[in-house]
Design a binder for this molecule. Structure first.
Ligand code: FES
Length: 181
């Protein structure tokens, strides 16, 4: 049952109006604070942190320097530890091979004595110039990262593992070459 206000004077009416305004202001302030708090919690989830290492775009220097290094060192693949790839002197250009074994994912080192990649886990072998399989249980060649060159000839390797060149056939296909000599 709603009880009528007993104070019907002007002073009583003003008091009731002020109380209502006060309650409304309190409610709005509470809602605003809750919204701000929620925003502070949610916003960091949408912010992209700076990516380093695997997943980042990694500069590897001028193409001319890389080719000169291959020439002076019997085409030994150039390891980039941070980006988990090797630069290879492929027939007619440069490719970047993701060093994750296509058998069960071990990190593949280059074996200087054998002059080929040799996976320590189950013995898969990969070619030094093309990273196609030469032996062992690996089902396909090492995946390749995309490489881009800027106007000055400086190369950048995109190490995003979700954007690799995934070769199914175990043969060298020149179509994968993005950086030619
Ligand atoms: S993980 Fe490389 S051969 Fe098995």
């Amino acid at each position: 049952m709603i009880r009528p206000h007993t104070d019907t004077t002007t002073v009583g009416l003003i008091g009731r109006i002020k109380r209502r305004q006060l309650l409304r202001a309190g409610f709005l302030t509470g809602t605003l604070l809750a919204t701000l708090e929620l925003t502070a919690i949610v916003v960091p989830f949408f912010r992209v942190n700076k990516i380093t290492g695997l997943g980042a775009k990694i500069g590897v220097g001028p193409k001319a320097d890389i080719l000169a290094r291959f020439k002076s060192a019997n085409d030994i693949p150039i390891l980039n530890v941070e980006g988990k790839f090797f630069l290879l002197h492929a027939p007619g250009g440069v490719i970047a091979a993701y060093r994750k074994c296509t058998h069960l994912g071990c990190s593949v080192p280059f074996n200087d004595g054998e002059d080929q990649f040799h996976c320590p886990c189950h013995g898969s072998l990969y070619d030094k110039h093309t990273a196609v399989v030469k032996g062992g249980p690996a089902p396909k060649p090492l995946q390749l990262f995309h490489i881009a060159a800027d106007a000055s000839g400086t190369l950048t390797v995109d190490t995003n593992p979700l954007n690799v060149i995934d070769r199914q056939a175990n043969v060298w296909d020149p179509k994968v070459l993005e950086i030619t000599e």
